[in-house]
Write a protein that binds this ligand. Structure first.
Ligand code: SF4
Length: 194
């Protein structure tokens, strides 16, 4: 799209919201337990979050909701057998939330898979440009709202990449953990800089 036809921010905001709602609609989630949008978001979050972030309070920050509301969402998924509370000995945080086997089966029927497929079919350059633009918009909006930004270790200021060591949590990181989203993430590139 040329500079002359670039859409206004209002149009883009409407498109993003429409895309998100369409992507989350449950029309193609055959066989899946009926979940609310908040429950789907929580299930996806706990499947993607690292061990420092699999708590109801971290989810409340990710979902931009209150701790009480986040706790109720988690509680409902635990009651459905899709999430479980598990004690975690190694880092002193008493309980972490884990996705159960039933939860993993539910995620394989995630209605968001259609949106993932559509995005995966875009040309690589379009996906890269979209990822950059969305990351910038998320960072700018989070700064305006004084909200945390979630991200992964590869883009985080706390990472010693040579040692796979996190200076924030003072922990060695495994490769799978480095692909997971984190509540302690700090963008290596300050918001507002491209
Ligand atoms: S390096 Fe950053 S994203 Fe990775 S675990 Fe540490 S704080 Fe979280």
């Amino acid at each position: 799209m040329s500079e002359h036809t670039a859409p206004q921010g209002t149009d883009l905001a409407d498109l993003i919201v429409h895309l998100a709602r369409l992507g989350q609609s449950c029309g193609h989630a055959e066989g899946a337990t009926a979940l609310t949008a908040a429950q789907w978001t929580a299930l996806r979050y706990f499947a993607r979050a690292n061990r420092f972030s699999r708590t109801p309070s971290a989810f409340s920050e990710f979902h931009a909701t209150t701790r009480g509301t986040a706790s109720q969402t988690v509680k409902s998924l635990v009651a459905m057998g899709l999430l479980a509370r598990q004690s975690h000995d190694s880092d002193g945080r008493s309980t972490l939330i884990e996705v159960t086997e039933a939860g993993q089966a539910q995620l394989r029927r995630d209605p968001l898979r259609d949106l993932r497929g559509v995005l995966a079919a875009l040309p690589g350059a379009s996906r890269a440009a979209l990822a950059d633009a969305l990351a910038q918009a998320i960072a700018d909006l989070a700064r305006l709202r004084a909200a945390p930004v979630f991200g992964t270790c590869g883009d985080c200021n706390h990472l010693d990449s040579k040692a796979s060591y996190c200076h924030c949590t003072q922990s060695l990181l495994t490769q799978p953990e480095m692909q997971s989203i984190c509540v302690d993430f700090q963008p290596a590139r300050p918001p507002g800089q491209s």
